[in-house]
Design a protein around this ligand. Structure first.
Ligand SMILES: Cc1cc2nc3c(=O)[nH]c(=O)nc-3n(C[C@H](O)[C@H](O)[C@H](O)COP(=O)(O)O)c2cc1C
Length: 191
């Protein structure tokens, strides 16, 4: 009788294993006026559209070392500042080595950027974040369309007729989240 009771208690206390099988995609962003944040939320929706994938959405101030360790995929978002990654996001990236001493090998990475003007350096910022990820041993990917792929998702927010992030740009963000999550899920299945 007591043995049966003991077994019941142990099973009841065991954590649900579904979480361990989930694919975790961490989305980290820096945003001062909300455009990059809006894009980050759409990226999270794209991650959530993949079965068994969980989006973890954090600002650079909220994210912790454990979030990076647990992540199967990492997607970064920064505004374009003088055609460069915004300093707070670059400081976060530099922490990977200096503070966290973290191996990010074979985690799947992606990037997105918001800029005020057309040709405002958005692609340079995306590529710069992807290069930092590859330098840390990560596998990088961008949104996929019917017959081609792109480096990441970008937006033009302040040049007419653009006013904020538009629905097409948000669609690109969802595709980015979807792609990174589905590759990370396939990588998990190989482990
Ligand atoms: C210091 C500074 C530098 C900027 N430099 C650029 C730039 O080089 N190219 C560009 O397209 N936009 C530039 N912008 C505009 C921002 O990238 C744009 O407003 C962006 O949408 C802001 O994102 P957020 O709303 O997430 O803060 C700059 C803004 C600031 C504050």
């Amino acid at each position: 009788m007591y043995i049966v009771l003991f077994i019941v208690l142990v099973v009841a206390a065991a954590p649900v294993s579904a979480d361990q099988n989930d694919t975790h995609v961490l989305i980290v962003y820096y945003s001062m006026t909300g455009n990059t944040e809006e894009m980050a939320r759409a990226v999270a929706e794209g991650v959530g559209s993949v079965d068994g994938a969980v989006a973890v959405l954090k600002t650079i101030d909220e994210v912790e070392k454990d979030d990076l360790i647990r992540a199967d995929g990492i997607i970064l978002g920064s505004p374009s500042y003088y055609a460069n990654v915004a300093t707070p996001m670059k400081n976060f990236i530099d922490k990977w080595y200096f503070d966290y001493e973290l191996p990010l090998f074979d985690k799947v990475g992606g990037a997105f950027c918001s800029g005020g003007s057309r040709t405002g350096g958005q692609e340079l910022v995306v590529i710069s974040m992807l290069m930092a990820m590859m330098n840390n041993g990560m596998i990088v990917a961008g949104p996929l369309y019917e017959a081609w792929g792109t480096f990441g998702a970008t937006s033009v927010t302040e040049t007419p007729p653009h006013d904020g992030v538009d629905k097409y740009e948000l669609g690109d963000c969802r595709l980015l989240g979807q792609r990174v999550a589905s590759i990370a899920k396939r990588m998990n299945a190989l482990r």
